[in-house]
Design a protein around this ligand. Structure first.
Ligand code: HEC
Length: 198
């Protein structure tokens, strides 16, 4: 039941963003999961929640309180998608704040190519590849002005008390010095195709 409901939700969100989609697509998506739309839905929805929650918390409680929200486990879709589609969802970076979020060799290649695409002003598309029973999905996470409160230039964008807080929590923090519209990291999602029947 939960699985069907979730799939319908994903499909309808995905379709509502794509103008001119045909209903036949909706039908085939319900028969076989559409990993590209699922990955995109996940990336977009979490980004929205992240933005909304962070903005609200920054405004009401200050940046220090908001620090805890920039963590993918705080997002509502993560658990349901991971359980329903055997998905492993990661948010990784070439310059991680949390050392657990360091990109692996393949992810680093995609980060570099997304950086190139964005610096050249080309449109961003997810990278999706299928190998030995798995679908891999990659999509960039790009900074906006709000992110600079915690990922911008120390002192200039990041308030001193926030910096102190971040340094205490993340002594090896590499995730500062960003400007707007830069690749902060990527969503890296692995769908396991071998067993989706639970
Ligand atoms: C209130 C402070 C704050 C704001 C604002 C903020 N972040 Fe973060 N960000 C953090 C913290 C803290 C972590 C480490 C989370 C963890 O331990 O997993 C983090 C981690 C990340 C990561 C995971 C990789 C890593 O470095 O560990 C990405 C990607 C990221 N942030 C992107 C963004 C983007 C994009 C924005 C703006 C939309 C943003 N952040 C805004 C505090 C913030």
């Amino acid at each position: 039941m939960r699985k069907t409901f979730f799939l319908i939700m994903v499909v309808s969100i995905a379709l509502s963003c794509k103008q001119g989609s045909k209903t036949s697509e909706e039908k085939s998506s319900l028969e076989k999961p559409d990993y590209v739309s699922m990955g995109m839905t996940y990336a977009q929805e979490t980004q929205k929640v992240l933005g909304k929650t962070l903005m609200g918390t920054i405004q009401n409680k200050g940046v220090e309180e908001a620090v805890v929200f920039c963590n993918e486990r705080a997002y509502p879709l993560t658990d349901s998608m991971a359980t329903n589609f055997k998905a492993r969802i990661k948010r990784v970076s070439d310059k991680p704040r949390n050392p657990n979020n360091l990109a692996n060799a393949e992810e680093l290649i995609h980060i570099e190519s997304f950086k190139k695409i964005i610096s050249e002003g080309d449109s961003i598309k997810p990278v999706v590849s299928e190998t030995s029973g798995e679908v891999h999905f990659y999509y960039p996470i790009v900074t906006n002005a709000m992110c600079l409160n915690c990922h911008g230039i120390p002192e200039k964008n990041i308030a001193p008390e926030v910096l102190t807080h971040l340094t205490e929590l993340y002594p090896d923090d590499q995730a500062t010095g960003y400007g707007p519209d830069e690749v902060r990291g990527i969503w890296s999602i692995v769908f396991d195709l071998s067993d989706n029947s639970n």
